[in-house]
Design a binder for this molecule. Sequence first.
Ligand code: R5P
Length: 295
Amino acid sequence: MADVDGVGGENDAAGFGIGIPVETEAYFLKGSNDLGWGMKDRMSRIFSPESGRTVMLAFDHGYFLGPTSKLERIDLAIRPLAPLADVLMCTRGALRTCIPPTYNKAISLRCTGGISVLKELSDEVIAVNIQDAVRLNASAMAVQVHIGGVHERQTIDNLVKIVDSGMQYGVATLAVTAVGREMVRDARYLGLATRICAEMGAQFVKTYYCDEGFEKVTAGCPVPIVIAGGKKLPELDALKMCRRAIDEGALGVDMGRNIFQSDAPVAILKAVRAVVHDGLTPEQAFEMYETLKNE
Ligand code: R5P
């Protein structure tokens, strides 16, 4: 049995590493150095500490769209893809009913809702409390923010409340910038929306890519940005968008329709990973996609 004689005896000096300073290192993610240990642990489950990037798979569309095309059966559509994603972004209903906990994936839990596509989309409320997010071991809580929308203030209020609860428990908040039909998805608007989300306390922000000035959007946002996929594009175009977004400062992608609506979802997800994590060109990744698709 261990006893006090075995603690810190003279013969153990080497074990104390006298003269060797304790290593301290800066945290690898932009804007995240001063977060607490639990939050950093969760952010490290989202963003790979090796590449500094993430490939998130979004399938939360049903929370306002119902059974979206190719997502009619979440279990059939998503289970083959889930092991290949760094993070699963979904509602608690989809998570509990369709995703086995044994997958052990980082979860970005959709935490706002309350509307359908038939109504005003910015009229969202908080739809999950922090206790349930913790119960589900969520790494992040995702909040829709409608800058310039009819209910702009309400959605910012949702964001602030979720950030406050996340700070209490060390769960990160992902602000998702929703762009209403009346808004222009240009660098000026996206820069405004992402910056507001970061300043309100979001630990990372999801927004759209824009062809001109996207590097200003990422530079002006003090926390990591991941891009949304948006409507289904031809695979090569989707890979080009990923490459450009990463080269212009995005730290990952959070894609849904461009993955699960592809003719070869597993192949395109692997190709997207190759662009984001391994630095492949869109053309190299597309070749990889074609090869995998035909296997
Ligand atoms: C955005 O408003 C929601 O979070 C979506 O349901 C989803 O994340 C969008 O993903 P994508 O545009 O890549 O289909």
